[in-house]
Design a protein around this ligand. Structure first.
Ligand SMILES: Nc1ncnc2c1ncn2[C@@H]1O[C@H](COP(=O)(O)OP(=O)(O)OP(=O)(O)O)[C@@H](O)[C@H]1O
Ligand SMILES: Cc1ncc(CO)c(N)n1
Length: 268
């Protein structure tokens, strides 16, 4: 028996969020919801909940390389997504692995959690700029990450273009600057330096937004794996994350997660 045809395969290289709202857990749920086969390379384990990050432990670089090789050499990938990479050593190892993989890479340059807890050593920022961003097909920094990487403080929509140009200078093919932390509509700017796509969605007055960034980046990777172009993939991902935020729910005493299963009929 040959079984049914395999769905597109997507790999997340990220940290575990024990609370299930962000990190690898958000990535795999997004992939299931969007009809692709999700796989994971764990980089770190966090003790985390709706109130913040209580602890974080990094995996040895050999464990990260071995997981990546196991997946890519046997199963193969149509897209890779990166999230929490924790240290310069892991950023550099993962950058090299991506450089040797023939698949688009969505890089979410995770710096701090929504509660302000660090998920990347400050000594790793230079490796993100010089090693990781150059191998990204799409980079998806939020405004705190833009400030960390470029020293540009985005205060309004008008600053998004300047921020995008500064991130593109590090070498990703495309960048999505996420304006989620501004007030007013939730506006993101996607550009490759020549085309500009403004992605605008109504802001949902819902504090349960834990994992929005991980969800957007994984959705982009899932849509790229299905063969969509970058602008199409980012538009579809924006629609998916907007729906997930609209359905975000309370859990624990703090910020609850977005609802990954909000779409009633996943494809496939
Ligand atoms: N309240 C909201 N209503 C609608 N869209 C939002 C809201 N907050 C964020 N977004 C959108 O969600 C996506 C993720 O952006 P955001 O800036 O929240 O990422 P992030 O800070 O990296 O998230 P996290 O660190 O929690 O994973 C963007 O498309 C952004 O515009
Ligand atoms: C493990 C992990 N990755 C990413 C984020 C993004 O905020 C988080 N909170 N936790």
């Amino acid at each position: 028996m040959s079984g049914r045809a395999a769905p597109p395969r997507v790999l997340t290289v990220a940290g575990s969020d024990s609370g299930g709202g962000a990190g690898v857990q958000a990535d795999l749920k997004t992939m299931l919801a969007l009809g692709v086969h999700g796989m994971s390379v764990l980089t770190a384990v966090t003790a985390q909940n709706s109130l913040g990050v209580q602890g974080a432990w990094e995996l040895p670089v050999e464990a990260v390389r071995a997981q990546y090789r196991s997946v890519v050499d046997d199963i193969g990938v149509q897209a890779v997504k990166t999230g929490m990479l924790s240290s310069a050593e892991l950023v550099e190892a993962v950058s090299d692995l991506i450089a040797g993989t023939d698949a688009p890479a969505v890089v979410d340059p995770v710096g701090v959690s929504k509660h302000g807890d660090p998920l990347l050593a400050s000594s790793a920022l230079d490796s993100v700029r010089t090693r990781l961003l150059p191998v990204a097909t799409v980079a998806t920094p939020n405004l705190d990450e833009v400030a960390q990487l470029t020293d540009i403080r985005v205060e309004s929509e008008r600053d998004l273009r300047r921020a995008a140009e500064a991130v593109l200078a590090f070498g990703p093919r495309w960048v999505v600057i996420k304006g989620g932390h501004l007030s007013g509509d939730a506006v993101d700017l996607l550009t490759d330096g020549s085309e500009e796509h403004w992605l605008r969605a109504p802001r949902h007055d819902n504090r349960h937004t834990h994992g929005t960034g991980c969800t957007l980046a994984s959705a982009i990777a899932s849509e790229l794996a299905k063969g969509r172009s970058v602008p199409e993939a980012v538009r579809a991902a924006k629609d998916y994350v907007t729906g997930a935020i609209a359905s975000g729910f309370a859990l624990g005493a703090g910020i609850g997660p977005v609802h990954h299963g909000w779409k009633p009929n996943p494809p496939g």
